[in-house]
Design a protein around this ligand. Sequence first.
Ligand SMILES: Nc1ncnc2c1ncn2[C@@H]1O[C@H](COP(=O)(O)OP(=O)(O)OP(=O)(O)O)[C@@H](O)[C@H]1O
Ligand SMILES: [Mg+2]
Length: 486
Amino acid sequence: MADDELELEPLEPNITLAEILDQDSLQRVCMTFARMHGTGLAVVDRHRQVLVDIPAQYPLCRRISAHPAGSSICGTFDALIQSEEANLVDGSINKPCTCGLGYEILAIRHQGMVLGRLVFGPYRDAGMSSLAPALAEALRSGDPEADAATLRGAEQDLQKMESLPRERALQVVRSLGEVLSVIVQTGYARHLTSQIHIAAIQDAYNELTEKNRRLADSVEKLKELDKLKSNFLATVSHELRTPLTSVIGYSEMLLEGLAGELSSDQRDYVQIIMEKGDQLLQIINEVLDISKIETGGIQLACERVNLAELMQQVGDAMRPPARRKEIALTVHPAEMLPPVWADRTKARQVLLNLVSNAIKFTPRGGTVEIRGELSRMNAGPGGGDPLAPPAVALKVLDTGIGIPEDARPRVFEAFYQVDNTTTREYGGTGLGLSIVKNFVEAHGGRVWMEAREPAGTVFTVLFPVNPVQGVTAAHGRPSPRSQTVG
Ligand SMILES: Nc1ncnc2c1ncn2[C@@H]1O[C@H](COP(=O)(O)OP(=O)(O)OP(=O)(O)O)[C@@H](O)[C@H]1O
Ligand SMILES: [Mg+2]
């Protein structure tokens, strides 16, 4: 197959045979040819690096190389394969070794460029009747008898060797040359494709590195902005709280008649001022909590807390708003619940948030239950290992509007609300559940939600019964009475 029949990419000027050829296939092809004709075979690249070297298996060659002068006699082969004479001719050149056996040397070309040489031999030419006279001279080792014995043996070996007419040897070399040219051609195409792939991957990698760098910059900037936002929220809500507390306090004093009797209308108005003030204070407190969580971590003051008692207190506190919506609020602590190791105020806030959500999102006439039961830390979906550490599970079950499936993974995110339209029916800032999750996890606990059939939602919180070592140790507070969780 001539090169100019194909549309080929120009060859890279410094490319080597080793880069183009698959060494294994080259070795296999050469081995097949060498074994087929019982000769040796070698391939060298243009930098004289030997890629394939299959020695001849003739008894004559073994005998000569075993002789003390063998290495210098057979060393002429090295000189042969390194000779660049064949590069200058079109076709094979024939060279004899010291014994007189022949070698065919053919340049391996691709697109007119010499990439290496193929050396076929040694073989016994049909015209060779005896060993070359130069061999007797080369064998001279100082032991004339041994040399004569080697020479006799070598002569016998030669006579037993099958001969190969040069015409036939040339045919073999030509066909091997053609096979190699095909391998070179496909190998070069493969080499180019892989170079293109490598270049494409390198480009993609560079692009990705650049994008990553820009992304890292943006993340850094966003983190700074986030910190600024948290600090701003913390400062503003703190500053708002003081005057608001006064507004609520003065409204209370007015209602108590400390500034004189109020008319019925005046009482109603002041009552509204106080209620709205309370609502506003609750929002401000939530914003403060979340900004504290984001900036400074959560300060826990842990002690043994009886959750059954806490459930009753929260139930009592939430009964008035429940009653206003005609919702039956019930509390069911299991008997003999062990105390948990928790921050009482935060545990109360967790339960208050869950119960106030349950009441808020349950239509008039529904029910809300607070249940407490003994559990294990890996309870819940996929859990149930009886060897997991003990926990108390607080459950808040409602018969409310439920949470659509696609919104469930997001309800614990700060500011996330299922209905976030400006016309939404329910008040709030979307911070309650985020605070719950942060507080619960600071205790080493867990919180999750499940849908309830036929309607409603169940929120479950697990508080570990025993102090969680990791939590304390991770934040370097050896005293179990106070833990900080970042
Ligand atoms: N028991 C529930 N039933 C139905 N939806 C709920 C329930 N609890 C929470 N959600 C949904 O999850 C959202 C997030 O709750 P979260 O408590 O964080 O915020 P919020 O109640 O809207 O506002 P905030 O608690 O800050 O006053 C709610 O807006 C609501 O859409
Ligand atoms: Mg809420």
